[in-house]
Design a protein around this ligand. Structure first.
Ligand code: DX5
Length: 218
């Protein structure tokens, strides 16, 4: 069964702790914090302080998705803040292998994300060192965008690459994941689904949002 990872990007930040607790109570598997610097993506969000705050309100693993340039500058801070899994973008650093080594040296799990136009082959020489690969199925920066359906064959290609290399890492998908798209995403090969607006924007609340995703995958 695929893992469901609510992204707090669409949460009510005026009551973030409660929103994180709601997601855990509703059966979320992990919590994702979307970190944006206004340079790698055209939006600015949060930093290590919010990871610390989220950490205080859940016993679930916390992922820090760093949509920032030169992420190697902040690995220690996010590790110290309580992130269990640090995800950086392949496009954001010329020294990806060294950054993954440093995340592991900090005792954390390491993930690499690809933007929609970045081919899976960019991961082939780092794949077996990763705990997670993340395919963006929207152009990163904002929640509530439409799923890029052309991403489905890319998910299939990455799943095939993982099998070919004997890689056991997660294949996570992020962007536009909703009950209408979740089944196709998992069929294509994803085993972890990030959902922001489908959870925190669900009309009937967080639990209903997570339940609807689970139902779509049943
Ligand atoms: C980058 C962010 C979003 C967020 C999920 O844009 O990474 O993808 O996590 O947002 P939704 O699920 O609302 O597309």
């Amino acid at each position: 069964m695929a893992l469901i990872v609510p992204s707090i990007l669409s949460a009510d930040f005026a009551r973030l702790g409660q929103q994180v607790e709601e997601a855990q109570a509703a059966g979320a598997d992990r919590i994702q914090v979307d970190v944006m610097d206004g340079r790698f993506v055209p939006n600015i969000t949060v930093g290590p302080l919010i990871v610390e705050a989220v950490r205080r309100h859940t016993s679930l693993p916390v992922e820090a998705h760093l949509m920032i340039v030169e992420p190697e500058r902040y690995l220690e801070e996010f590790a110290r803040a309580g992130a269990d899994l640090i995800i950086i973008h392949q496009e954001a650093t010329p020294h990806l292998h060294r950054a993954i080594q440093r995340i592991h040296a900090l005792g954390k799990r390491a993930g690499v994300a690809l933007n929609p136009a970045t081919p899976c082959v960019m991961l082939q020489d780092i794949l077996t060192a990763l705990d997670l690969t993340l395919l963006m199925t929207v152009n990163p920066g904002f929640g509530g965008q439409s799923f890029i359906r052309e991403s489905l064959p890319k998910i299939e290609r990455l799943r095939a690459m993982l099998q070919q290399h004997g890689a056991i890492c997660d294949l996570e998908v992020d962007g536009g994941v909703a009950p209408e798209t979740a089944r196709d995403v998992v069929r294509a090969g994803a085993n972890v689904l990030v959902a922001g607006s489908a959870v925190y924007g669900a009309p009937s609340g967080v639990a209903a949002g997570i339940s609807a995703l689970r139902a779509a995958l049943a």
